[in-house]
Design a protein around this ligand. Structure first.
Ligand SMILES: [Zn+2]
Length: 203
């Protein structure tokens, strides 16, 4: 029995190390903390966040499965950090894991999140935090879909969804510029037209 537990824990360690190696290029927790751009006091976080958001992000809590509002969010957009607004995940990497937590196969970019090993459940898991403010987001496992094989299992309470708008806004800017040019051309034409009848009338 003891041997089996040891075996399981060793297997967990190897799996965790593998996930860690896949996700991170070996920066220590202290270095991660130093790199943080948003640093606030505990009181400030408490004031800014709801009790659930605070418990999840600042105390490494986990919301109950299927309780979060972003599990079934399928619109195109970006999932931002509830604490600091950093872009953490894209809807393009979201997938249905069936776990009851929003799941992604990759972060928004390599520098968006930090990872470290935690033993809270007695076996190693790879914790995922926001690299900008240190918010606890969830964990990453190596049973995700292609192309990464990773499953970022996140808490809805740690994220804020922002619908994708830049792609729709770009063509509008182009159209506005074109419309302006057309107006200018018409302005030039208009006086010419007005001059013609005036020039013709004396004849
Ligand atoms: Zn953050």
């Amino acid at each position: 029995m003891k041997l089996r537990a040891l075996h399981l824990s060793l297997a967990g360690l190897v799996a965790s190390a593998l996930v860690f190696a896949l996700v991170k290029t070996g920066t220590g927790q202290e270095a991660q903390a130093k790199n943080r751009k948003v640093v606030k006091s505990d009181a400030e976080w408490r004031k800014q966040l709801t009790p659930e958001q605070y418990q999840v992000t600042r105390q490494a809590g986990t919301e109950p499965a299927f309780s979060g509002k972003l599990v079934n969010e399928h619109r195109k957009g970006v999932f931002e950090c509830i604490c600091c607004g950093s872009e953490l995940f894209s809807s393009r990497t979201k997938f249905e894991s069936g776990t009851g937590w929003p799941s992604f196969f990759a972060p928004y970019d390599k520098t968006a999140v930090d990872t470290s090993t935690d033993f809270k459940l007695g076996y190693p898991r790879t914790e995922v935090t926001c690299s900008t403010c240190g918010a606890h987001l969830g964990h990453v496992f190596d049973d995700g879909p292609t192309p990464t094989g990773l499953r970022f299992c996140m808490n809805s309470a740690a994220l804020k969804f922002a619908r994708e708008t830049p792609a729709a806004a770009k063509p509008k800017v182009v159209k506005a510029e074109k419309a302006e040019k057309v107006e200018k051309v018409e302005e030039k034409k208009a006086p010419a037209k007005a001059e013609t009848p005036a020039a013709e009338s004396p004849k």
